[in-house]
Design a protein around this ligand. Structure first.
Ligand SMILES: Nc1nc2c(c(=O)[nH]1)N[C@H]1C(S)=C(S)[C@@H](COP(=O)(O)OP(=O)(O)OC[C@H]3O[C@@H](n4cnc5c(=O)[nH]c(N)nc54)[C@H](O)[C@@H]3O)O[C@H]1N2
Ligand SMILES: Nc1nc2c(c(=O)[nH]1)N[C@H]1C(S)=C(S)[C@@H](COP(=O)(O)OP(=O)(O)OC[C@H]3O[C@@H](n4cnc5c(=O)[nH]c(N)nc54)[C@H](O)[C@@H]3O)O[C@H]1N2
Ligand code: SF4
Ligand SMILES: [Mo]
Length: 751
């Protein structure tokens, strides 16, 4: 019976294949299914139709279980960006003050491999670094790990996920013994209380929010709590909005825990049978009575009590979080403090409940699975673990000891390594650090000192291209077939539907070719990405993220599938029955720790790394807008989105504005200890007094002097090494000019 159901589902999945290509939206971690169809009369050589119109048609895929046919404005308009300002050829230059000249791939590969060999033998493998991205497909990530960590013997592969969800990874590992969000999207429609903390889900994970909000509207008994210093569109929809002071999440969560204890809403049986370290935690939360917690957070005691009551009285509580929690100098502690509430109330391993970290990028999850941070190895393994290294070495047929036991440089370490001269070669792919890294003045100065930077991107120009010696044209979404895993651990095959433009190549192909030319031909003789995935999937066998039962072929026939998905018997039809348990982790209440118990983390709040003071009296927080994606490489080239968000701005509370004599639209100079930037003021009650907000999207190519990261600092969480991009201290100086949106079109109309 089971197989029959599956088979008919498969047929439905396959039946559209001839007309549409099924794939995934390449923007956010929601991972919405898309169906893409070609423009009428496609000319295969140019990717354009007879009118020269390059637009492919994109619509939501109703059969994709994560998104059920829904898409947001970014997914809906993605096709418009595919042919604008693409990087078509490898380009090189000897120094950053020269013009680039076009070279053949052969020349580019020669140059790169020679340089790698020189650095390897003069400075050692530790001087070679790669900085990658959650926008890689799993095959790209995996090939890069094999090249750097396996063949070259350096763990210096880090990704922009360090700036994004490394605190969630560290928190899950410390509390549960392994990484992996335990929940699924169905939980959105099964919960009694959704506790959203540090996440503007409505703008940043819109389809998750749609599902939640629809359910919330129908079921008024279900409660939605939003914890965010800003009154975001997400907060607007909540039953309770707790506008805490930035950086006081641990005070709030420990304060809620204190009340849950006091009111005896705790699940003693679960605590006794399934957890450890409760007594240390109980000692900590004793110090957070409501008067203390509410005062610290700047909220009322009544609101704190309401939040605790919602949590305590709900049968099923689902917490959702993202950057307001992770991007913090106590990010891991914040994550564990959220998990603590679930453990003390037994809210995990059942429908509608659990601690659910939302991943930002489309394949940040794949990055975790393939070991795409400098302390990880493929298959949720750790660099520091002797057995894990040995398993990977054996699997890759490397000599024992080839993988270094030392975690590699993190994203920010690579910047400081350039400053000290320890980094001899930096290879950047699928990320734009000249906009997205903290403390941009320092970052850019370090990039200028780099002896040799390779930059592999789909577009030109981007801000980071200005710091590259070699540019490599990358095939992007729709031009390469590969796998991505979304926030709910659902794996989707993203099929190519068009040719890469001119000479662009898939990232994994570039890494594999460099590997072969460095003398590791036997390690990289993949004929296609399906073979790369097959090898990687095997390496996950018997690991928490086991997907050894998956392959490109199977994903194509069967459609998107949750992991764990172990190999059961033959990999051939009939497809292995999906273990129902894979929808949710820990349904057996056994965790991946040595004793099988989840660990409470006992943390006092430390607050911000750079709190406001009389010289820099405001807390600046930074984040995202609905239409734009990060550094605008795609969305800045889409008219509909540009007109939706024409210019950057700074949100200021009316009380602060009045005190400083600031009016709407007036230009404000914002200064931190590291730099300055200018933004038109948006005077609004959506932001709390004392806090200001700027979007992160406007780098040097898109606006004059409106970089959020000119202001931010790199102070990081000691466990996850994730920088505190969500808060720094600033001063505001009103400038008299009024801006018009013209200022912000100038930059991009130049090219
Ligand atoms: N439209 C759009 N969607 C995106 C992206 C995009 O660029 N554009 N990027 C994707 C990526 S990679 C990511 S990581 C996600 C990010 O998704 P989110 O984390 O939802 O987005 P952010 O706007 O960075 O930050 C979320 C909220 O954290 C709040 N915050 C700041 N400080 C604190 C604090 O101390 N405590 C609490 N509780 N909250 C705080 C901010 O006010 C902000 O509203 O979005 C993904 N989706
Ligand atoms: N102040 C502040 N700074 C932040 C944040 C914040 O909240 N506040 N958030 C941080 C977070 S969470 C994130 S995730 C980062 C994001 O920051 P970035 O990663 O720098 O931002 P993107 O614009 O997504 O850059 C991705 C690049 O990859 C290219 N690309 C797309 N597809 C492919 C491909 O298949 N192959 C290759 N080679 N290239 C491709 C795109 O053209 C683009 O240039 O920013 C971080 N920085
Ligand atoms: S919600 Fe995310 S995955 Fe879905 S269409 Fe929008 S950007 Fe794409
Ligand atoms: Mo992110």
């Amino acid at each position: 019976m089971n197989y029959l159901c599956l088979a008919s589902k498969n047929q439905q999945w396959c039946s559209y294949m001839s007309e549409f290509t099924k794939t995934l939206c390449p923007y956010c971690g929601v991972g919405c299914g898309l169906e893409v169809s070609p423009p009428a009369q496609l000319n295969k050589a140019t990717n354009r139709d007879s009118q020269g119109n390059p637009t492919w048609r994109v619509r939501g895929d109703k059969s994709h279980p994560s998104s059920q046919g829904m898409v947001c404005v970014k997914g809906a308009t993605i096709a418009e960006s595919l042919d604008k300002n693409r990087l078509h050829y490898p380009m090189v230059r000897e120094s950053l003050d020269q013009e680039f000249r076009q070279v053949s791939w052969d020349e580019a590969f020669d140059l790169i491999t020679n340089r790698i060999q020189t650095v390897r033998f003069t400075q050692g493998p530790e001087a070679i670094c790669m900085y990658g991205s959650g926008q890689f497909q799993t095959e790209d990530y995996y090939t890069a790990q094999k090249l750097l960590k396996g063949c070259l013997g350096t763990n210096n592969f880090d990704a922009n996920s360090r700036l994004c969800m490394s605190s969630a990874v560290a928190g899950y590992i410390q509390s549960f013994g392994a990484d992996g969000p335990p929940c699924c999207y169905e939980d959105l429609e099964l919960t009694d209380c959704a506790f959203l903390i540090g996440t503007n889900t409505a703008e940043c994970h819109p389809i998750i929010f749609n599902r939640l909000e629809k359910y919330h509207r129908k079921n008024r008994k279900m409660k939605m709590v939003v914890v965010d210093p800003r009154r975001t569109p997400t907060a607007e929809a909540a039953d309770l909005h707790l506008a805490i002071r930035p950086g006081t999440d641990i005070d709030l969560l420990n304060g809620i825990a204190h009340l849950l204890m006091r009111w005896n809403y705790i699940d003693t049986m679960f605590i006794d049978d399934c957890t450890s370290n409760f007594s240390a935690y109980a000692e900590v939360i004793r110090h957070y009575p409501p008067e203390v917690a509410a005062r610290q957070c700047g909220i009322s005691i009544e609101d704190l009590e309401t939040a605790a009551r919602y949590w305590g009285q709900s049968q099923r509580v689902l917490s959702l979080w993202s950057m307001g929690v992770n991007q913090s100098s106590e990010g891991t502690a914040k994550v564990r403090t959220i998990i603590n509430l679930h453990l003390m109330t037994g809210q995990i391993g059942k429908p509608g409940a659990g601690p659910f970290s939302l991943t930002g990028q489309p394949n940040a999850m794949g990055g975790r699975e393939t070991g795409g941070l400098s302390h990880l190895l493929p298959g949720y393994r750790l660099v520091k673990n002797d057995q894990h290294r040995a398993e990977v070495e054996d699997f890759w047929r490397l000599k024992r000891g080839q993988i270094s036991p030392t975690p590699g440089l993190t994203a920010w370490d690579m910047i400081t390594g350039l400053e000290t001269g320890d980094v001899g070669l930096l290879w950047i792919a699928a990320t734009n650090p000249a906009v997205s890294m903290p403390d941009l003045e320092r970052t850019k100065k370090a990039l200028l000192r780099s002896p040799f930077t390779i930059y592999q991107d789909a577009y030109y120009p981007t801000e980071t291209a200005a710091y590259a010696h070699v540019l490599l044209p990358a095939a992007q979404w729709g031009e390469k077939t590969g796998v991505m895993t979304n926030s709910e651990r659902r794996v989707t095959l993203c099929q190519a539907f068009r040719q890469p433009p001119r000479e662009a190549k898939a990232d994994w192909e570039i890494f594999a070719e460099v590997g072969r030319r460095l003398g590791f031909a036997d390690k990289f003789n993949f004929a296609n990405s399906a073979e790369v995935y097959a090898e990687f999937a095997q390496l996950t066998q018997n690991r928490p993220c086991d997907m050894s039962g998956l392959s490109h072929e199977k994903l194509q026939k069967q459609g998107p599938t949750h992991w764990p998905h172990p190999k059961v018997g033959s990999n051939e039809f009939p497809y292995s029955p999906l273990p129902n348990a894979s929808k949710r982790l820990y349904t057996d209440l056994r965790f991946h720790t040595p004793d099988g118990r989840a660990r409470f983390g006992a943390y006092y709040s430390k607050g911000l790394a750079e709190p406001p003071d009389p010289d820099y009296p405001f807390v600046l927080t930074t984040g995202r807008l609905y239409g734009h994606w990060h550094t605008q490489t795609r969305t800045g080239r889409i008219e509909k989105i540009r007109s939706m968000h024409p210019e950057p701005f700074i949100e200021i509370h009316p009380r602060d504005a009045a005190r400083l004599g600031i009016t709407d639209n007036q230009v404000i100079e914002v200064r931190s200890r590291r730099g300055q930037a200018h933004f038109p003021a948006k005077v609004t009650k959506a932001i709390a007094p004392g806090t200001v907000f700027v979007p992160m999207h406007w780098g040097a190519l898109w606006a004059n002097d409106a970089e959020a990261n000119a202001l931010t600092h790199p102070e990081s969480c000691p466990d996850s090494l994730q920088p505190e991009l969500k808060a720094c201290a600033v001063q505001l100086v009103p400038i008299s000019i009024e801006v018009t949106s013209k200022n912000y079109q100038l930059q991009s109309s130049q090219w």
